[in-house]
Design a protein around this ligand. Structure first.
Ligand code: ITT
Length: 195
């Protein structure tokens, strides 16, 4: 008889993130089933997203006996904003939005930017927490372009696919270079090594 697969939960209220990870997950032969869970989490204001992710993970109140992970991401405009919005990404998107961001950097020719993602995993078999990080370098687009993806996707052009913003790419294309996919690849290696 085939053994039941163990469930691993991705705790996120963001369906876009879950869709991206699901696409990557489906490509793999794993001993796990991935499920989304929207549990209450606390998002603190810290100086880096790793701290935010760890705190978020520790704030999850579970009554299940499974492994689970959270992810925190941030958008960093290195030039000319010295990394802003970074840990303030959510607040800035909800206040001034992509239009406000473009106004801030309107006069600049160089607009180097990157995304970072940190996955914090509670791994039940070892009763331990593990961290997986990924980033993608690129620049801020001169205009808002594209309708797929979410958040800052319409204004970010990755260096590896320099003709499009993330919002002009399919999920598969975004996954081929994204911060989230890179962090996921590391989590995947871990899961394969610990089955
Ligand atoms: P959780 O429930 O998983 O916490 P969230 O939507 O609160 O989801 P984050 O705090 O990790 O997400 O993200 C901070 C902000 O950065 C938020 O406004 C997102 O829209 C944006 N963001 C995160 N990942 C992104 C990506 O891949 N592309 C564009 N914007 C992204």
């Amino acid at each position: 008889m085939k053994q039941e697969k163990e469930i691993i939960y991705f705790i996120t209220g963001n369906n876009h993130k879950f869709k991206e990870i699901t696409k990557l997950f489906q490509k793999e032969e794993l001993d796990y089933d991935l499920k989304q869970k929207t549990a209450a989490t606390i998002e603190i204001q810290a100086s880096n997203i790793k701290e935010v992710a760890l705190f978020k993970l520790n704030s999850v109140k579970t009554n299940f006996n499974n492994s689970y992970f959270v992810e925190d991401a941030g958008f960093f405009i290195d030039v000319p904003l010295k990394g802003f919005p970074g840990v303030y990404s959510k607040f800035v998107l909800n206040t001034i939005g992509n239009e406000g961001i473009l106004k801030l950097i309107n006069d600049y020719w160089n607009t180097a930017a990157h995304f970072e993602a940190v996955i914090a995993l509670y791994f039940q078999p070892l009763d331990k927490i593990f961290i997986f990080e990924g980033s993608v370098e690129g620049k801020v687009s001169k205009e808002i372009k594209g309708t797929s993806g979410f958040g800052y996707d319409p204004i970010f052009i990755p260096n590896e696919l320099p003709n499009n913003t993330f919002a002009e790419l399919s999920t598969e294309e975004k996954n081929s270079v994204s911060h989230r996919a890179k962090a996921w690849q590391k989590l995947l290696i871990f899961l394969k090594a610990h089955h």
